[in-house]
Design a protein around this ligand. Sequence first.
Ligand code: CO8
Length: 262
Amino acid sequence: MDKNYAEENLTIKINISDKIAILTLSRPEALNALNSLVFYEIDRFLDSLEQLNEIRVLIITGEGKSFVAGADISEMSSMNQEEGLAFSLKGQKVFQHLESLKIPVIAAVNGFALGGGCELTMSCDFRIASTKAKFGQPEVNLGLIPGYAGTQRLSRLIGLGNALHLLMTADVISAEEAFRIGLVQKVVEPEELMNVVMELAQKIAMKGKKAIENVKYVTRHGYNIPFDDACKLEASYFGNSFGNGESGEGMKAFLEKRKPNW
Ligand code: CO8
């Protein structure tokens, strides 16, 4: 790591080792609520991450008993209409930045993932939760609605009925229930969370770099365009895979019964 992230950031912590970056939301006194500074620091880190070619996977987690307990209600409470709109658009932009990173992003959900926190997990590629994690979109309890694309990503991930049920009741659900409805991909004991997520990240980091980037792009982008266009996109990326050297080595290694040397 050639930058001193610890000196630069007040609300997030960055650890980088062995091709894996871990971003830890770190405002435990406010259960890691998202304020303007947090968004600024996340965005700045994502910019710098895009320059670090060796990083293969990003993990996002929270310090203390919370992943993220939502947007910062103290900051929002004095906002007018214009400021609320700007806060929403800024957050959406940062989450889109995160979602569109070339590398995979895993949410390691250690505790409360409420409101903007649940929306943050949904901007990651998938979610691994501790049994202590809790999920929900409680905005209607505050007379608000989600503002970081939660209304859109939730229904795409768990279906319209499940999404509207969570959004309208503001129910806070357990990790097991989140797993049952497809919001999280795995639930593990709290003390195992980071080990499991690191193992997963390392497993992905050992695959072909280009193949992982391409499968992320085609799957994500294809999800939001008509099926026929998405299939054409897939075919074109499949075809391009043959020219990048990686697939040559991958197939050769299979035929020679050895591990690929990417
Ligand atoms: N914002 C600011 N501070 C918070 C937040 C938050 N979202 N959540 C918790 N805190 C603070 C508490 O105020 C408290 O501070 P203090 O010690 O100074 O009183 C501290 O964190 C610890 O919290 P609690 O004492 O409440 O801890 P508990 O374990 O008793 O309860 C809960 C934990 C259940 C998570 C509870 O804190 C809670 O309900 N928090 C709010 C959850 C919520 O409603 N989140 C949604 C917020 S709205 C949102 O995210 C909208 C996103 C889109 C915005 C679009 C832009 C406009």
